[in-house]
Design a protein around this ligand. Structure first.
Ligand code: DLL
Length: 429
């Protein structure tokens, strides 16, 4: 049961925190080292956690592949991995109990938006080392739903499956959701009329409120945000409820802190910063104060849905994806929000950062919407000017707007590649 009073959730957190710290001290040489000089009996509450140093992605990579595992090798039943751009991938190991807990959390996520055993759930996240496919699969099966393990790709077949099998819930990245809607239209299918999609469960990459609007206008009845990360199991760490106002993070399994990414100082609720997560129930590879690099705000106000698990607000982006253009910091999701509300543009875009002399330059490459028909150049120039002004007003950045024909920006079946930073490629950063 997870529909608990706040006081009970806090009690569970305190109990599990004490257990996990002790467990790590006894079973992990990596953490015994990290906890050196700390009286572990004194770690009893979320506040006490601050005495413990952070764990980083580099810690996992440096101890690749098995250094953070704290169970006997015979107890490991699965590996997943997420690939970085360089060096070792981040490998995560699972015991049977880990898979059990993870499945339960994914089930909860589906349950709180009313997915049930009558639903046909099409999973168009990748199955494999990526956690998306299998995570949702186990959660949906546990719910007794009818699962279509479609995985990514073969987009026309995905649409046919949706139509023929009567899919009611689609799970995929938001960018792939937009693409599925586009291809459905090309196939002469109007998803809102011809399909039965009551919900889309979209995650694994940042997206915006305006993208939600587009997805709900053109594809699914309700578009929900789900958050997760391989190191924390996979999808199912946090999920929006029907009120769509922040993602409930399962606090009986995770403790969240928000820190200033530059100083490491813990911030107050409602302050924006990097999310740091302590896992309370993971067995093979628990993590204390893990720096996710994801930027969000923690909101512990009561939610109208009655759940007492705190909410994280929509992830703005990762600290590593933040673009710094002439000193102004901006996340792709902020630019996306503005593109989406500019008439005449499609939701497909790419950001190219470069440097001319000593000056940073940002090119926002975006497709003109397919249904925007004009033979007057001035109409296009007007769109360009409007977007340029909006970006300047809202974000304070000067950008060069490049309008391109429909379908010129590469589509992705998984996480969209939004940024091309030529400054990095050319070794200028
Ligand atoms: O993306 C797990 C997942 C699968 C989540 C399917 C949701 C749905 P990784 O590949 O390890 O795991 O990538 C984790 O993706 O640190 C975020 O930067 C980003 N991310 C995940 N969900 C969201 C979201 C999966 N809802 C990284 N909004 C995280 C924004 C997200 N970013």
């Amino acid at each position: 049961m997870y529909k608990l009073p706040k006081s009970e959730i806090e009690e569970i957190q305190r109990k599990r925190l004490r257990q996990i710290v002790k467990y790590l001290y006894e079973n992990s040489s990596f953490y015994r080292n990290k906890l050196r000089g700390i009286d572990i009996d004194e770690i009893r509450s979320k506040e006490d956690l601050r005495k413990i140093p952070f764990t980083t992605k580099d810690d996992i990579r440096d101890n690749y592949p098995f250094g953070l595992i704290c169970v006997d090798f015979s107890k490991i039943v699965r590996f997943h991995a997420s690939s970085g751009t360089t060096g070792n991938p981040t490998v995560v190991a699972y015991t049977i109990q880990d898979i059990e807990n993870w499945s339960e959390l994914c089930k909860r996520c589906l349950e709180i938006v009313d997915v049930n055993s009558n639903d046909v759930v099409q999973i168009a996240y990748g199955y494999g080392l990526f956690t998306g496919g299998l995570g949702f699969h186990y959660g949906a099966e546990r719910l007794g739903a009818k699962v279509i393990p479609a995985s990514t790709g073969n987009t026309k077949r995905q649409i046919k499956l949706m139509k023929d099998l009567g899919t009611t819930v689609i799970c995929c990245t938001p960018s792939y959701g937009l693409y599925l809607a586009e291809v459905a239209k090309e196939e002469g299918i109007n998803p809102k009329r011809d399909l039965k999609l009551k919900a889309g469960i979209f995650g694994a990459e940042p997206w915006s409120e305006n993208t939600r609007r587009k997805l709900e206008e053109n594809f699914v009845e309700n578009a929900y945000d789900i958050y997760g990360m391989s190191e924390l199991n996979g999808p199912g760490v946090a999920m929006e409820c029907k009120f769509k106002n922040g993602l409930h993070i399962w606090e009986d399994h995770y403790i969240v802190e928000i820190i200033d990414p530059n100083t490491g100082e813990v911030l107050e609720p409602e302050e924006k910063g990097e999310m740091v997560v302590t896992t309370l129930t993971k067995e093979a590879m628990p993590l204390l104060r893990y720096r996710t690099r994801d930027i969000t705000i923690l909101n512990d106000d009561p939610c109208d849905c009655g759940l007492n698990h705190a909410r994280i607000m929509r992830i703005l982006g990762r600290t590593d994806d933040m673009l710094k253009i002439r000193g102004v910091c901006v996340f792709p999701s902020q630019i996306e929000e503005i593109i989406m509300k500019t008439n005449g543009l499609s939701p497909h875009y790419q950001l190219v950062a470069d440097r001319e002399g000593v000056m940073d330059k940002l090119i926002v490459r975006v497709e003109v919407a397919e249904d925007f028909k004009t033979d007057r150049l001035t109409d296009l120039v007007n769109i360009q000017n409007k977007l340029e002004e909006e970006l300047k007003d809202a974000l304070g950045i000067n950008a060069v707007i490049e309008l391109v024909e429909p379908k010129k920006i590469p589509r992705s079946e998984g996480k969209a590649q939004r940024i091309v930073d030529l400054r990095k490629i050319r070794g200028l950063l």
